[in-house]
Each structure stands twice: as C-alpha cells, then as structure tokens.
Write a protein that binds this ligand. Structure first.
Ligand code: ATP
Length: 215
C-alpha cells in the first residue's frame, strides 16, 4: 500500500531525514518512534503529498506521487488517505458530526449511519451537534480520528493520535484504528511516543537522522 525508497529531506542546511526506505502492506499496523524533532511529522506530510521530499520515491497504492500534479495528489488524498494531524485541523464552523462526515461528502458518499457509528466508537456519540470550540483537547483528537477513518481509506497516517488521551480512551481509539486495519484491510503508520500504542503494532520502527530501522 505504501512504498518509500531512499527518501531524503532537508530544510535549508538542516537535514531532517536521509535515505528512508519502508514498505507497508495492506492490513499492516506499524508504529514509528523517534526523538522529538527527528522528522516524523515531516515524513507523514511528505507521504501525504503535503510537503515535498528532496530525493527518493513515494508510492501510494501503486501510484508514484511524483507522477501527479497538485490536483492529482489532492484526489489521491481524498480517496485513499486518512490523516490524523498532530494539531487536529478540525474545522471550527462545522459541528462535530459535520466534521466527521466531510470526507464522505467530498467523495459524494454521504452516510449518516457510518458517521454516527464512528462517533460512538470513539466515545463521542452524544456530542455530534457540538462545535469544536465546545470540546476538550482529547475530544477534538477523537473527532480527528473518526474523520480520518470514516471513508475507509486504504492508508491511515496518524500523528500522535493518543497524545491527549487517558490510557482507557487511548486504548479505545487504538481499537478504532486497529479495526480499520484488521477488518477493512487498511495499512496504518502510527507516529507515537507511547509504548502502549507501540505494543499494539505489528512492527515497531525507529526514525533517526540515518533512516528507518526496526527497533
Ligand atoms: N517548515 C519548516 N521549516 C524549517 N524547519 C522545519 C519546518 N518544519 C519542521 N522543521 C524542522 O524539522 C525537524 C523535524 O520536525 P518534525 O515536526 O517532523 O519532527 P517530529 O519528529 O515530528 O517531532 P515531534 O515528535 O516533536 O512532533 C525539526 O527540527 C523542525 O524544527
């Protein structure tokens, strides 16, 4: 589902990562660890086509991102990708339920039952009519997780999705991500500092300035 080959990225003189190679198959749940600032979020942004790598190749579902223009990358993101951003990026003028429904609307596949089921699954079943400003940080994080998986994407990129959650709630949302992997066959790359989250993964990798290695 995802193939990274010799991926390198610098910001000016600062090398972020170098020669990253990784293959992530359908139905695989992989945790990516690494020190703060080592480039984990930047790597996810490159995979999503939101940032550009300096060298190497990114293939998502058999498509080389370099062969797509901006509109093509946006289409690929919409159809195949679910992204849980570290900063959530929940839209403030939409309700919780509308935020979660958005990926389905963009694909012309509205499905209120699916939205309601996912809100229930992340423990927000009673809060669908609220606006983001009326939620806690951990609740916003769960909105972002429900939104990332609502359209059953083939590839889920999750940046610290349990960072603001208590252990029990964290376990619950990991279960939602795992269900997408185990039952819907998604591939999931989970960036985390949490050992509990890493323990649920099929493989645990570590990103350093030299590349990605198995931990
Ligand atoms: N737009 C940018 N311009 C310049 N440097 C940047 C930019 N974005 C990120 N960086 C730098 O690139 C490095 C990698 O940042 P990134 O956010 O990818 O790290 P991370 O591993 O996700 O960190 P954390 O675990 O703290 O979230 C950091 O040193 C950061 O300061």
């Amino acid at each position: 589902m995802l193939l990274l080959e010799g991926l390198s990225k610098s910001y000016g003189e600062t090398r972020v990562f170098h020669d990253v190679t990784l293959e992530l198959g359908t139905g695989e749940f992989v945790a990516l660890l690494g020190e703060s600032g080592v480039g984990k979020s930047t790597l996810l942004n490159c995979i999503a086509g939101l940032d550009g790598a300096d060298a190497g190749r990114i293939t998502v579902g058999g498509t080389d991102l370099a062969t797509l223009d901006e509109a093509g990358r946006a289409r690929l993101r919409r159809a195949r990708l679910g992204f849980v951003f570290q900063a959530f990026h929940v839209l403030p003028h939409l309700t919780v339920a509308e935020n979660v429904a958005l990926p389905l609307l963009l694909l012309n596949r509205p499905d209120e039952r699916r939205v309601a089921a996912l809100l229930d699954a992340v423990g927000l079943g009673a809060l669908g009519a609220r606006y983001p400003a009326q939620l806690s940080g951990g609740q916003l994080q769960r909105v972002a997780i429900a939104r990332a998986v609502v359209h059953a994407p083939g590839l889920i990129l999750a940046d610290e999705p349990t960072g603001n959650l208590d252990p029990e709630t964290a376990e619950r949302v990991l279960g939602v991500l795992l269900a997408q992997v185990r039952e819907a066959g998604a591939a999931c790359l989970l960036v985390t500092h949490s050992e509990a989250a890493a323990a649920r993964a099929d493989r645990v990798l570590r990103l350093s300035a030299h590349g990605i290695v198995a931990r």
